[in-house]
Write a new protein. Structure first.
Length: 342
């Protein structure tokens, strides 16, 4: 009897499919590069390292800012509802929205996709979302990694991670050191849940009927704020900023203020969207809601009162900033008053 030889393919890893994916990525990324673009990184997809040409970036005293993140257990719902073309937007958003907190313009993005078994069609849809997120944030997808890991992930499961780099002048760099007594706190609306709190959401879904409208709401992609925020940075209209992600409003806004200042938030001014009102009916306390979800606020700006009108000119109606609090000198980091109108 002839002995069957072992192979990588028999163990569950198909390199030929992975190579087809790399060729597809190279094709779609090059298609999105304008013919006039002569940057050094063009057609470099598939190389061992990714490169980005910074020779034409004219920024005095530049600082490089980097961020990495994933989309958490929102991935499980994308898998469950078989919708994969928007989760990539979330991935890009979670990284670039962190970059702009420092005032940095996103330059490039890399992704990491880990799967149990590589499904070309599914992965292409994920990539489509990543490319769309890069387009919205005006940065380039210049590389990444796809890992087929049988036995670590079950056949249909996957995970995503992203990495992005941005650049900002030292003079434009946003820091909590710029915060002053009397500054106002402006809340920029979120598009929905964004990519946080999904472990609690999934727990709640076990005992609730999932309608098509709820599915749509749960997978609504994270709002990318780069275009609006970078315009404000260029005009010197922001002192500090915060991306409202894991930890919700309570944990994130205090990260952007010095220890000798207090964040005062009027909870009655928060405008929770329907999805948060629905979640609130599932026996979740106000404090837990504020610590877990963005509750309708995706980004916060700490600004001078005189700049508020100018700032609002850069936002559309759906994402118009509104005042939720102010900064005072105090050893106490956070003061909440009134209550959310659920």
């Amino acid at each position: 009897m002839k002995k069957i030889q072992n192979s990588y393919k028999k163990s569950g890893v198909n390199i030929s499919v992975a190579n087809r994916l790399v060729n597809h990525i190279a094709k779609v990324t090059n298609k999105n590069v304008q013919k006039t673009d002569r940057s050094f990184n063009v057609s470099n997809i598939g190389a061992f390292g990714s490169v980005f040409d910074i020779s034409n970036i004219k920024i005095k005293d530049p600082v490089i800012v980097s961020c990495t993140d994933g989309v958490g257990t929102k991935i499980d719902l994308a898998n469950r509802f078989k919708k994969f073309d928007t989760i990539g937007i979330d991935l890009v958003a979670m990284c670039v929205n962190d970059l702009i907190v420092q005032g940095a313009k996103p330059l490039f993005f890399l992704d990491y996709i880990a799967v149990g078994k590589l499904n070309l069609n599914k992965t292409k849809k994920i990539l489509k979302g990543i490319l769309k997120g890069c387009k919205i944030s005006d940065c380039k997808l210049i590389g990444g990694e796809t890992a087929e890991m049988p036995g670590i992930y079950t056949k249909d499961k996957f995970d995503l991670a992203g990495f992005s780099v941005g650049i900002v002048s030292k003079k434009k760099f946003l820091s909590k050191r710029n915060v002053k007594n009397g500054n106002l706190i402006l809340a920029v609306p979120s598009s929905g849940l964004h990519s946080n709190g999904y472990s609690l959401v999934r727990s709640i879904l076990k005992n609730n009927k999932i309608t098509n409208s709820l599915k749509k709401e749960l997978l609504k992609p994270t709002k990318i704020y780069t275009r609006e925020i970078l315009k404000l940075v260029n005009k010197n209209l922001i002192n500090s900023a915060a991306h409202i992600t894991g930890g919700g409003l309570i944990e994130n806004i205090t990260r952007s203020t010095p220890n000798n200042f207090c964040v005062n938030i009027d909870l009655s001014k928060i405008k929770p969207k329907k999805i948060f009102k629905w979640l609130k009916t599932k026996n979740i306390s106000d404090l837990e809601m504020l610590k877990t979800f963005n509750c309708g606020i995706g980004f916060c700006l700490i600004v001078e009162k005189k700049n508020v009108k100018k700032i609002k000119r850069y936002f559309s109606k759906d994402f118009m900033p509104f005042e939720i609090g102010f900064i005072t000198k105090s050893t106490k980091k956070l003061k909440l008053f009134n209550s959310v109108k659920w």
